[in-house]
Design a protein around this ligand. Structure first.
Ligand SMILES: [Fe+2]
Ligand SMILES: [Fe+2]
Length: 351
């Protein structure tokens, strides 16, 4: 075998590159930095990058691979889509865009909890030795890095993704363009008649961890839809005409968030790829392959998250937007144009 490094200390996994310049916008310090050529470099990505590459290579040598996640996970209707958002802004209705960026930032901020999720002892679940795997390092820096990427280090005045969205929003629209807003409640995946155990072969805390990681992968992966559409809106030459340079800079900040998120998606695919390749001890003293537990759960989850949940979210958002559009003096006409731009396959419920 090779002499590639497979165990890492927490400080190695949290280590930053030596930046040529810090990342700041105005007087707001943000995470990460820039190399000598001016390229953005994500935070805590020096040791973490090497570690992910080494663990991935080792996983592949054992016959495994990263957990599969492709663009089919991006499906489902979106309200508003890019053309609808452009129509609204072009008609001076900027509050939905403002709200969208505010809510995204606040949800990112909640991601700080990833640094604190309770971790069951995986050594008691997995038959194989996980000391030289990514999943053996979840509590030794990996989840801490992930959580801080999302929610920043407020005590040090360093903004993470939450603050980056707020900064981007204020650049494009001006600070205090609209009132603050809170995210809507979660749309829960229906559980049937009672909260169902989905992997009864293993203890509940392990099921909860695996379910959490799979849900997080889907959320992180689907965040790409929002990055692309936000950037397309910000980069529309006919919009934000009195703040074009600021809107372009806002799109650049979104690109930096996007760059950071690639590490999150890759990490989660690695954790789940490792779990899939391993053998779990069952509650009745037997053994089961990780893939046999993970694959059926994942199948149900993606149906919910790419088909059912987007439809409910689109409908909820549409109803809220409709009210905001109709407040405009020209609301009836704008709403008609808005409806005509709806995603194919998205039909409105009556009313
Ligand atoms: Fe994020
Ligand atoms: Fe993330």
């Amino acid at each position: 075998m090779s002499d590639r490094q497979l165990t890492f200390t927490e400080s190695e996994l949290l280590s930053d590159h030596d930046y040529a310049a810090p990342h700041a916008v105005g007087d707001q310090r943000l995470h990460g930095g820039f190399d000598a050529d001016g390229n953005y470099v994500p935070p805590r990505s020096q040791g973490r990058r090497v570690a992910i590459d080494n663990w991935t290579a080792a996983l592949r040598e054992r016959g495994g691979d990263l957990f599969e996640a492709d663009s089919s996970l991006l499906s489902g209707p979106r309200v508003p889509n890019v053309e609808q958002q452009r129509l609204l802004i072009d008609n001076g209705i900027t509050r939905p865009f403002w709200n969208g960026l505010t809510i995204t930032g606040k949800i990112e901020g909640r991601g700080r909890m990833i640094a604190q999720i309770p971790l069951p002892n995986l050594g008691s679940l997995v038959v194989e030795d996980i000391g030289g795997m990514a999943i053996g390092h979840l509590g030794k820096g990996l989840l801490t890095a992930h959580g801080i990427d999302e929610g920043g280090e407020p005590d040090k005045g360093i903004g993470g993704h939450d603050v980056m969205w707020f900064v981007a929003r204020d650049l494009a629209l001006g600070a205090d363009a609209h009132p603050d807003v809170e995210p809507p409640g979660n749309i829960a995946r229906p559980d049937g008649e009672k909260p169902a155990r989905r992997m009864p072969e293993i203890e509940l805390p392990y099921e909860m961890l695996l379910g959490f990681l799979m849900n997080l992968l889907l959320i992180e992966f689907r965040a790409e839809i929002g990055f692309a559409s936000t950037q397309n809106v910000l980069r529309t030459p006919t919009l934000f005409t009195d703040r074009r340079a600021e809107a372009e800079e806002a799109a650049e900040i979104v690109e930096r968030i996007r760059t950071d998120e690639r590490i999150h998606v890759e990490s989660l695919r690695l954790y789940l790829g490792e779990f899939r390749s391993l053998t779990f001890k069952t509650v009745d003293g037997g053994e089961v392959s990780g893939a046999d537990l993970i694959d059926p759960f994942w199948k149900g989850l993606i149906h919910w998250a790419t088909v059912e949940q987007p439809r409910i979210a689109a409908e909820n958002t549409y109803q809220a937007l409709k009210g905001q559009i109709l407040e405009d003096a020209d609301g009836e006409r704008i709403l008609q144009d808005f409806d005509a731009l709806a995603d194919p396959g998205y039909s409105l419920a009556a009313g």
